[in-house]
Design a protein around this ligand. Structure first.
Ligand SMILES: Cc1ncc(COP(=O)(O)O)c(C=O)c1O
Length: 372
């Protein structure tokens, strides 16, 4: 039997929050004392700082990343009769947002870096295509040169799904600043994380930002007049206050993730039967996930679990094979790269607080497994 060793969790939010707890409680206390729970001043301050961080003029706080995508599509007028192209291997929200505004999700295959293949996107364009949703999956930016060029040639909107990629950069420019809008999730497991659900939309377009502010707030153009029926998707003031505390630590956390990724890279490159992600000098990947690929993924996952190492799979079933996509008509084999990856990918613990000896243990166990 394997020897007992301290469990290595996949994420450790308690470790993140322990040193911040007093600061977070003080910030929550200020909101409680103010009584301004709905669109209080912390929301506007968070928006200003998040926009500045991403090099855009505007950011609009919303309730979660899925709503960010839905509201961006709605505000840009995407709806019934339109097709929108996104990645087959993403989290389901990248496609469900399209269906939720009444448009048709069209999927395209990805490259080895888990991001949309621009050639596959181009093949999927039809006269009904209105927009592309590039997903900066794993925190690695998509090939934005090729995708923006395609969008210009075909006159398509670009709405970035940057849910996993706060502060990631491509060619020195932050994600969320390329398209008409950038949509971020601030879910507890994201790299900038609220203490509950939260999201934010970036844009350089003042009119679009104004429209988004109305749409997130029941369509209320003024207190008295609803200009178009909409839901309630406001960012909570309490969450904005938590996020303001955390924003001050984001750079150190991101560098911690990148450092851990570099350590894995050094320890795992060249292990037979295993592939590791590679960094590109044009990109600053933020490693929301650090994903390796193994032909024997399920056995490797079980081997690690038996030895106290938690891992995850993002995601085991591509979007076109989900029950919800059955009516869209895709069969197994439609997106071979996404399907190949789904059976091989394994996300390793990469959170900034991961002790260096724990990371070394994960890598040593992976090597041990692959040498057998
Ligand atoms: C790629 C991607 N898009 C969209 C979302 C949706 O974000 P949320 O869970 O905040 O609604 C997530 C995260 O859950 C995601 O990973």
């Amino acid at each position: 039997m394997p020897q007992a060793a301290a469990r290595i969790p996949y994420v450790d939010l308690a470790a993140q929050h322990r040193p911040l707890k007093a600061e977070l409680l003080a910030a929550a206390g200020r909101v409680i004392d103010s009584g301004q729970f709905i669109l209080g001043p912390e929301v506007a301050e968070f928006e200003t700082r998040f926009a500045a961080l991403h090099g855009v003029a505007h950011a609009v706080g919303v309730a979660n990343g899925t709503d960010a995508l839905v509201l961006a599509l709605r505000a840009l007028g995407v709806g019934p009769g339109d097709e929108v192209i996104t990645a087959a291997n993403s989290f389901v929200a990248s496609a469900s947002c399209i269906a939720l505004v009444g448009a048709a999700p069209v999927l395209a295959d990805v490259r080895a870096d888990y991001n949309l293949d621009p050639a596959a996107v181009e093949k999927a364009v039809t006269p009904r295509t209105r927009a592309i949703i590039p997903v900066h999956l794993t925190g690695r930016p998509c090939d934005m040169d090729a995708l923006m060029d395609l969008a210009r040639r075909k006159n398509l909107l670009v709405i970035e799904d940057a849910a996993q990629a706060v502060a990631a950069e491509y060619g020195g420019k932050k994600v969320g600043s390329f398209g008409a809008a950038g949509c971020f999730s601030l879910h507890p497991l994201k790299t900038l994380n609220a203490l509950g659900d939260a999201g934010v939309i970036t844009t350089g377009d003042a009119a679009l930002a104004a429209k988004l502010r109305v749409l997130r707030n029941l369509g209320l153009a003024t207190r008295e007049n609803c200009s178009s029926f909409s839901g309630n998707s406001r960012l909570d003031t309490l969450q904005a206050a938590m996020l303001l505390v955390k924003l001050g630590h984001l750079e150190a956390w991101t560098e911690g993730r990148r450092r851990n990724a570099a350590r894995y890279h050094g320890l795992l490159t060249g292990v037979p039967g295993l592939s590791v992600p590679s960094d590109s000098p044009r990109e600053r990947a933020v490693y929301h996930t650090y994903i390796v690929m193994s032909e024997r993924r399920d056995a490797l996952k079980a081997f690690l679990a038996e030895r106290g190492v938690d891992t995850a799979v993002h995601y085991p079933l591509p979007i076109h094979l989900q029950d919800a996509a059955a009516s869209l008509g895709w069969k197994k084999g439609a997106f071979p790269e996404a399907e190949r990856q789904a059976s091989r990918i394994l996300s390793l613990p990469v959170y900034p607080e991961l002790p260096v000896e724990s990371l070394a243990r994960v890598a040593a166990l992976i090597k041990e497994f692959h040498s057998a």
